[in-house]
Design a protein around this ligand. Structure first.
Ligand SMILES: C[S@@+](CC[C@H](N)C(=O)[O-])C[C@H]1O[C@@H](n2cnc3c(N)ncnc32)[C@H](O)[C@@H]1O
Length: 314
């Protein structure tokens, strides 16, 4: 009888040990996190999906999100679909998210907009006043410059703001950020720099829902870290508001309902469209799977987080 022996260079025992630990950890997590059978399922799914993610900032697969033949947008935000508006395109939903912020600007005195974390610059085409983007990802900065003006910089570093102010003397900016402030590492440095410059901030962001147990919160912070969201940015509404008030801001927070689950529905529909159009066979199979798993992850987020618009006045 033939014996199956492991390849001499294959680390069988460390592999089996790792597998056992991985499976046990998943089970322990799932048992500890069992607030309700439904939630249990969601957290387990989130955890499983996290295993397919990598640390640090990972953009959503913009090529698939924006896959509509003959259009060239490269949005990478969660979009805003109103209730019952599932038939709206991704472009319309992302524009609607910019419009949520734009609506707040009518009350803010400003001559131009600094669009921080502007991604590939699609939002730069939508502001009613002149705009300039700041983004940390060099490739995105190159693409954003096809839509408007964008400089390479880190939202937490005052240098990039100074660079812009120096080229626009005597003009008042408002600082806007669409669906990215939760990535700033840490977001508090971004806010305190803006406060020191004395400029108003209007942005969309994510806060932790109230009522999570200590353990749930630790799990969520861990999951966020893997998804490129620093632990210090995971804050409940009270913690978020009191941090900004402590810096001297007057703060207004408004909840936007259904952002995570409607994006998740869209990601599922979009993955099916990409699949039906044969993109899997054009080498985009792993991107399609990535889109599906991010959709599942974001569906789970509806239970844990609230999506908000913040107006912070110095
Ligand atoms: C979810 S995307 C949103 C992009 C864009 N606002 C949109 O609506 O399409 C988050 C963006 O934030 C940018 N980003 C993350 N951390 C940043 C930082 N510290 N400073 C500037 N940009 C940052 C990323 O490069 C990415 O483009």
């Amino acid at each position: 009888m033939a014996m199956i022996t492991p390849h001499p260079r294959f680390p069988l025992y460390p592999f089996l040990f790792g597998l056992t630990i991985g499976v046990s950890l998943t089970n322990i997590f799932s048992l500890l996190l069992k607030p309700s059978p439904q939630k249990h399922n969601i957290y387990l799914k989130m955890f499983t999906n996290l295993l397919s993610l990598q640390p640090n900032y990972i953009p959503l697969p913009s090529i698939l999100l924006n896959y509509v033949p003959e259009q060239s947008n490269r949005w990478i935000n969660l979009g805003y679909w109103e209730e019952g508006g599932d038939d709206k395109s991704y472009d319309d939903a992302c524009t609607a998210m910019v419009n949520l912020v734009k609506a707040k600007l009518t009350k803010v005195k400003h001559d131009y907009i600094i669009d921080v974390g502007c991604g590939n610059g699609d939002s730069l085409k939508h502001w009613s006043k002149p705009s300039i983007g700041i983004n940390i990802t060099p490739l995105e900065v190159t693409l954003a410059n096809k839509n408007g003006t964008c400089i390479l910089g880190d939202a937490t570093d005052p240098k990039c703001f100074l660079e812009i102010f120096n080229t626009h003397p005597n003009k008042t900016p408002v600082i806007c950020a669409i669906d990215c402030a939760y990535h700033f590492n840490p977001r508090s440095s971004f806010y305190s720099n803006c406060k020191n410059f004395g400029f108003e901030v209007v942005l969309t962001d994510v806060i932790l829902k109230d009522g999570h147990s200590w353990l749930n919160r630790k799990f969520i912070e861990f999951a966020c870290r893997i998804a490129g969201i620093p632990k210090d940015n995971v804050k409940t509404k009270d913690e978020y508001v009191s941090e900004l008030k402590g810096m001297g801001y007057h703060v207004e927070v408004q909840t936007v309902e259904g952002v995570f689950s409607r994006f998740a529905n869209f990601a599922k529909r979009q993955a099916e469209i990409c699949e039906d159009d044969g993109l899997r066979f054009e080498g985009l199979g792993s991107a399609i799977d990535d889109l599906k798993s991010k959709g599942t992850f974001l569906k789970g987020c509806e239970d844990a987080f609230e999506y908000i618009i913040v107006v912070a006045t110095p």
